[in-house]
Design a protein around this ligand. Structure first.
Ligand SMILES: CC(C)(COP(=O)(O)OP(=O)(O)OC[C@H]1O[C@@H](n2cnc3c(N)ncnc32)[C@H](O)[C@@H]1OP(=O)(O)O)[C@@H](O)C(=O)NCCC(=O)NCCS
Length: 175
């Protein structure tokens, strides 16, 4: 039987669980030889800050948190900072629902688009987002705040910025 997945705001008391979930989800990067990315340390202060601002939503099935997404606003657009789904619940549309949730949140605020940064060729990154309607942003179209974010990410351990890209999906009119 398929369980109902609920999406709701994250609570402060579960941030430790979310950090653990991000590490579990990230293990997928070992399969493409990106071990430093797989084992990167979660920035718990940033997690706390985003939760306080109401920018984290979790996917819950029964009493289990099976995924979460962190949003931001960059250059006036909704931005997906991080999305993670527990390996036990992968490829069941939970990531897509979390991403759609941020897109809807942005649309309600009148944001023209949703952006994200990702690895261009890792199957569950660039190609996945392309399937969800995102396209790569040419350098000349990357806004100031998104540029700062990409510079910050480029400095993280194991990050090869030549493999990274920024992507965008413009909002339609429908809420
Ligand atoms: C990216 C992620 C959130 C997707 O979550 P999900 O719930 O499995 O995704 P969905 O069910 O919405 O979509 C599944 C699609 O994602 C891609 N995908 C997911 N896992 C994959 C894998 N192990 N290998 C190849 N493609 C994969 C495929 O396109 C897949 O479609 P398919 O099953 O028809 O082939 C999840 O893979 C994850 O947590 N990855 C590690 C963290 C990460 O890279 N986050 C994104 C960058 S911030």
């Amino acid at each position: 039987m398929r369980r109902t997945t609920l999406i709701r705001a994250a609570r402060q008391s579960e941030l430790g669980d979310l950090a653990r979930l991000e590490v579990q989800a990230g293990q997928l990067f070992h399969t493409v030889g990106m071990s430093e990315i797989a084992d990167h340390a979660v920035d718990r202060q940033a997690l706390r800050r985003s939760q306080r601002q109401g920018l984290i939503w979790v996917a819950e099935e029964g009493d289990r948190t099976v995924g979460y997404v962190i949003a931001a606003v960059l250059d006036g657009n909704a931005h997906i900072e991080q999305v993670s789904v527990a390996p036990t619940h992968a490829r069941r549309g939970i990531g897509r629902r979390l991403i759609a949730h941020v897109e809807r949140w942005g649309r309600r605020q009148g944001r023209p688009a949703t952006t994200l940064t990702t690895f261009r060729d890792v199957p569950w990154n660039g190609p996945y987002y392309r399937r969800l309607g995102y396209r790569e942003l040419p350098n000349a179209e990357i806004g100031r705040e998104l540029t700062v974010t990409m510079r910050h990410e480029a400095a993280l351990p194991g990050m090869d910025s030549s493999l990274r890209c920024a992507m965008i999906r413009f909002n339609g009119g429908v809420l």
